[in-house]
Design a protein around this ligand. Structure first.
Ligand code: WTA
Length: 634
């Protein structure tokens, strides 16, 4: 008989629980009774140049945290830890993809010196508080240095995932009006040399970029005339640099996310609240302690890489492993070697990565003992029971706390996850709501759902300190996220809650898809396809995939002569390899409503193998026969 695994609940090991910062239920009780007091207490752990006057204010047009407070993120990540005696401790342990290249370690003091030099250089180039700086860098130490240097002088960074195509770079730079771009000549990926110079040259066309700073990645040695060398800049600068005193509510960074219409939503985060949540959630969720070695596999181009790849581990004074390459290159167990060789004891990755580890694992995996691991966690998409169990047994060796952390670019940090020292952990369930955060699940009429009933997940004011504070230059779009005088925020996910308080995320309530845990809009991919001449109509839907969670599937009505290969190539060029479709179906007609709208919901059902679809809404139900046939033939 098939075991219903997800009903089973697990608890932390005695050791993990005993040593954890948080191991008592009372933390939840106190935070629920008075969330503002809870967050205020956490904020005391940061260094403030000036203390806040008020913890939280809510008005009809928005809300603020730690009003009147002044602080600086780079000071908190660096000097605050150095003063606490961590100057010589390794902050960053960078592992290049080529195994024969040297690992680079930067202590907290060295990271401060480099950050200061680069911050001085940025100032000398005319970058001031509030200016927007683009960072289009792979996973190399200069990425962290660049982010911290921006934070130091109050420049607003916008990091663009280095695997995005030049079009995506271009649009993101335009939407944020960045003036300076920091990039590199290239990086390694699965043994190939990936060139960034050409992509950048095309990507900055028609933008406000006045200066390009280029890191010379070892083994590449290229630059373009007129671009400034990163290394050259550092040489001439002092390693002392005054910090900018930032207001809690000053803009800290912008991160454009995909909206359902294929547009970019440049989400804004501010200084004070974000720092408080990054520090606190790192301590609570990952249980960061001084001796820990932590590895987050998320790229800095995504929010996970911002909050839990850079800021949270540094704020918490741990050693962070930062890896350039593919997790399964040059050998399938590369990720496991990295954990073992670096004594990683906290590991944060995606369900897609776990599925890949599981699918590729041979006998060799059992030779890794993973003795150090105390917390292993995933983010970005739901994790299925099988992958969860494999993760728990083979990696966590049934003793590490397994967390499924749920959050969004918009929330800045984790909002749902069980805590490693408290538990419980239940496969496929994100877990309990983070202390001090209030969520609800609403039915179609806006009322509360009953237990075990699926509805839309919302968060109530005061939300969380790291919550976004706006959409860059688009107040209207920002307001669309909220209801009831900006006191209710919709996460656009479907979820239900069990009697024990555990929340299960069922999936998105909109047309966004998560490919390998990365958020993509199907419309953005459709736009790329439609840019090919000869495409008459196109619709893209997500199909479940055993590795990537969801992959795009393309339906096109095209002039003869257009090939599948052309379409795939166009998507990779315009959006990036991440959006590569698993299949392109050439159809005679797409299912449409009477008003001519393509019904993607029906296509979604068909690609998942569901036979029963509601054809009453269609003006051309006969279109389905051909589509069904194509899918069946696969
Ligand atoms: C999804 C990533 C299920 C969800 C940090 C959310 C998840 C979107 C989980 C945000 C999880 C994230 N279980 N679904 N543990 N974590 N999601 O902005 O749909 O890239 O709204 O932030 O990912 O994606 P984003």
């Amino acid at each position: 008989m098939k075991q219903d695994f997800s009903r089973k609940v697990y608890w932390p090991s005695k050791k993990v629980s005993r040593e954890a910062w948080v191991n008592r239920e009372s933390v939840y009780v106190a935070a629920e009774r008075n969330p503002l007091k809870f967050w205020e207490g956490q904020a005391e752990n940061l260094a403030w140049f000036k203390k806040w006057r008020k913890v939280f204010v809510q008005g009809p047009n928005g809300f603020k945290w730690f009003v009147g407070g002044k602080l600086n993120m780079s000071y908190n990540c660096l000097e605050r830890n150095i003063s606490a005696g961590l100057g010589n401790k390794v902050a960053l342990r960078w592992i290049p993809e080529p195994k024969n290249e040297k690992i680079v370690e930067l202590s907290y003091r060295e990271l401060l010196e480099k950050t200061n030099r680069f911050a001085n250089a940025l100032r000398r180039l005319g970058v001031k508080k509030g200016d927007v700086v683009g960072i289009y860098l792979p996973m190399i130490p200069e990425a962290v240095i660049s982010m911290l240097a921006c934070a130091r002088i109050g420049a607003v960074h916008i990091v663009i995932f280095s695997a995005f195509a030049s079009d995506g770079l271009n649009q993101r730079l335009k939407v944020t009006r960045a003036k300076v771009l920091i990039t590199s000549d290239g990086y390694y990926r699965k043994g190939s040399k990936i060139d960034l110079i050409e992509k950048v040259s095309a990507g900055i066309e028609g933008t406000n970029i006045k200066k390009v700073i280029c890191v010379g990645r070892q083994g590449f040695g290229r630059n373009r005339r007129g671009w400034i060398s990163f290394e050259g800049l550092l040489k001439n600068e002092s390693d002392m640099c005054e910090v900018e005193e930032m207001d809690s509510e000053d803009l800290f960074f912008i991160l454009p996310e995909s909206g359902t219409g294929g547009e970019f939503i440049p989400i804004m985060h501010t200084c004070g609240g974000y720092a408080v949540q990054a520090l606190t959630s790192g301590r609570f969720v990952f249980d960061f302690h001084e001796g820990d070695v932590y590895w987050c596999t998320g790229d800095i181009g995504w929010i996970t890489g911002h909050t839990y790849g850079v800021y949270s581990p540094l704020l918490n004074g741990v050693t962070s492993v930062f890896y350039e390459g593919a997790l399964n290159y040059p050998n399938k167990e590369r990720w496991a070697e990295i954990i073992e060789e670096n004594h990683v004891n906290i590991f944060y990755t995606s369900p897609t990565a776990v599925r890949m580890f599981e699918q590729e694992a041979g006998r060799k995996i059992d030779s890794f003992l993973f003795k150090n691991l105390k917390v292993i966690a995933t983010v970005g998409e739901p994790i299925d029971e099988y992958a969860w169990k494999w993760f728990f047994e083979k990696i966590g060796k049934k003793k590490a706390s397994v967390l499924d952390t749920y959050w969004q670019t918009e929330t800045g940090g984790v909002v749902i996850s069980s805590l490693p020292g408290v538990g419980p952990f239940r496969p496929t369930f994100a877990g309990r709501v983070f202390p001090g955060v209030k969520v609800g699940i609403l039915n179609e009429r806006g009322g509360r759902t009953k237990l075990n009933e699926t509805g839309k997940l919302v968060m109530f004011s005061p939300f969380c300190p790291g919550m976004m504070r706006g959409v860059y230059r688009d107040e209207k779009r920002y307001r669309r996220y909220f209801a009831k005088g900006m006191k209710v925020y919709s996460l656009d996910d479907l979820a239900f809650k069990c009697p024990d308080g555990m929340i299960k995320i069922v999936g998105r309530a909109d047309d966004l898809i998560k490919i390998s845990g990365h958020r993509m809009s199907t419309v953005e991919i459709e736009n790329a396809v439609s840019s090919l001449s000869g495409i008459e109509e196109c619709a893209i839907v997500g199909r479940s995939d055993t590795l990537k969670g969801t992959v795009p599937v393309v339906f096109v009505k095209a002039k003869s002569g257009i090939t599948e290969e052309q379409i795939v190539r166009r998507i990779v060029e315009k959006v990036g390899p991440i959006a590569k479709p698993s299949r392109v179906y050439f159809v005679e007609d797409l299912p449409k409503t009477k008003s001519g709208k393509i019904v993607r919901g029906i296509l979604r059902k068909l690609v998942e193998g569901e036979e029963a679809v509601d054809v009453d809404v269609l003006s051309n139900p006969e279109s389905l026969a051909g589509i069904r046939k194509l899918i069946k033939e696969d």
